[in-house]
Ligand binder design. Sequence first.
Ligand SMILES: Cc1cc2nc3c(=O)[nH]c(=O)nc-3n(C[C@H](O)[C@H](O)[C@H](O)COP(=O)(O)OP(=O)(O)OC[C@H]3O[C@@H](n4cnc5c(N)ncnc54)[C@H](O)[C@@H]3O)c2cc1C
Length: 416
Amino acid sequence: MADFFDVLVIGAGPGGYPCAHRALQRGLKKVAVVEMAAPGGVCLNTGCIPTKGFLFGPSPAGGLEERVRANAAAIGRLQKGVEFLLKGVTRFSARARLAGPGRVEIGGHGVVTARHIVLATGSRPRPLARLPFDGTRVLSSDHAVALPSAPASIAIIGAGAVGCEFAEVFSRYGSRVTLIEARDRIVPEMDPWLSRHLERALKKRGVDVQVGATADPATLDVGAILVAVGRQANVEELGLETVGLSTPEGFVRVDGHGRTGVDGVWAVGDVTGPPQLAHRATRQGGIVADCIAGGPSALPSALNPLSIPACVYTHPQLAQVGRVTGDDLKMGEAFFRANGYAVVTDRTDGGVRLFAEAEGGRLTGALLAGPEVAEMVGLINALIGAGATAGQLADTVFPHPTLAEVVREAAEALEE
Ligand SMILES: Cc1cc2nc3c(=O)[nH]c(=O)nc-3n(C[C@H](O)[C@H](O)[C@H](O)COP(=O)(O)OP(=O)(O)OC[C@H]3O[C@@H](n4cnc5c(N)ncnc54)[C@H](O)[C@@H]3O)c2cc1C
């Protein structure tokens, strides 16, 4: 087996595997990935994918247990897809750690050398000191996606995207849900307009939403507690010190090209800190592969943090991208209650707010609450990236009836 690689990626999540795939596509010959668990990372195995199965897959007669089995079947298929994508990449199923510049120790294989090393080791649930995970009463999201049945009652601590999605999942499967958030509104990282939409919807479902509140474990009279207060980067036992990297903030700091400041060591995804999102990890992985393949004279554009959409996959869905505040902006809005497709399919909750420069009308950002809006925000992001104006969007012919017509109407409102 080759013991020298052009690129060696540690971690096969949505940051690592697309990076390795793209490195191969871009002509690098010897590419390796080391993964100590299942391919696909948190996203595929315990994160994005299973939660969407709970939220949007059919609710089977067999309840949560049957849904968990259906998720497992889907995950299995998707893992094969990741393996297919990694054809031509040397794969190690083991734990890896850095062993000095250009050197990586792979469990059971010894030390290999690599010109470029990409850290894509991801993150894990952050516990609360007073409520350590036990997997039965105090749960992390890893436990929650594998539960055989929904608890009669559950308190969810933390109302970010993960906490809110689980609040809907458990209410859907019959639990009495209390959602507790220390800050003054749910999904506090997003615009308050979006928080209001979701809070209303969750309350309508019967979720007891408590904001500006701290959970006292002693007084929580519930069957289970899900702690969803964020994730910590996997930086331990990685041998970072052997290449001179330190992590005072608890994650590997990188620039917009994934450079760590140490020659030949790059990092992508959750291990690089917030926002810890799969699509950010994937874009970072692509940028790093392009940087390595193209060399210093052909750097791709750096990742613009404003171009990373944030979504919550509840009912209604929430989505936000770009710049949505500033005195230089104007806003146009339209609502699903006036959209034919939304009305006839009974999905009228929410609307779209588009933002554009007051001078010149170039689109800068969007807030969306409503059905399928996570499907729309990527395309709005493309228009923003391409420098399109509200007028160009308003003059585009959208098929009718579609939910996305609301986006065009919001652009038209910007023109008024
Ligand atoms: C419940 C939940 C729902 C989520 N939903 C969404 C969503 O809808 N949309 C979204 O964008 N994001 C979502 N996320 C976040 C998303 O899952 C992460 O941002 C994403 O998985 C990060 O990708 P990554 O490649 O950086 O790391 P990970 O997916 O964490 O993958 C890292 C991989 O590295 C491996 N590894 C770690 N250390 C080593 C080592 N030393 N040697 C070998 N292998 C190692 C791990 O086993 C793992 O497979 C969700 C997360 C959770 C928990």
